[in-house]
Design a protein around this ligand. Structure first.
Ligand SMILES: [Zn+2]
Length: 152
């Protein structure tokens, strides 16, 4: 393989999250694995983040995309992910550290679950910035890109 092809493949990996997309619409199962936060509090956080996406979906003419269910994808609240990470998502779960802005991190990881990659345009407020801002939740541009990937 020549170097140019290899570089192209590496660059394409900025959208690798697309392959991590969950089965949609997705069920979410909040699970607490950290001290100081009750199951009830965490369920409320996850429900609120799900509602943010659901309201955008409804506004853009699509069915709600997330619901809470004990048989859904686990959404873990954890003590420490290490390596300066606040949250991550995978093919089969989401993990979020105990943080003051965990509701924003949830909105971000749910964006990945829909299939969104990161938005590197810092002139365009977005929940998909690599480092989400606590004051910037899901924006119209995020929702528009999400419904292009999935809308029922
Ligand atoms: Zn991310």
């Amino acid at each position: 393989m020549n170097k140019i092809i290899l570089l192209a493949l590496l660059a394409a990996c900025s959208s690798c999250y697309l392959s991590n997309q969950w089965d949609l619409p997705a069920k979410l199962n909040p699970v607490v694995q950290a001290d100081g936060v009750t199951q009830e509090m965490w369920e409320e956080d996850v429900q609120l983040a799900a509602n943010v996406w659901n309201e955008w979906y409804l506004a853009l003419g699509c069915q709600p995309i997330f619901s809470l269910s004990p048989d859904g994808y686990p959404v873990y609240l954890v003590e420490d992910l290490g390596e300066d990470r606040a949250a991550d998502m995978d093919f089969d779960d989401i993990r979020v550290e105990v943080l003051s802005h965990r509701r924003i991190m949830l909105q971000h990881e749910l964006g990945h679950a829909i299939g969104l990659g990161h938005n590197d345009n810092l002139d365009e407020p977005s929940i998909m910035w690599r480092k989400p801002k606590p004051t910037i939740g899901v924006q119209l541009v995020d929702a528009q890109r999400a419904v292009e990937i999935y809308c029922e």
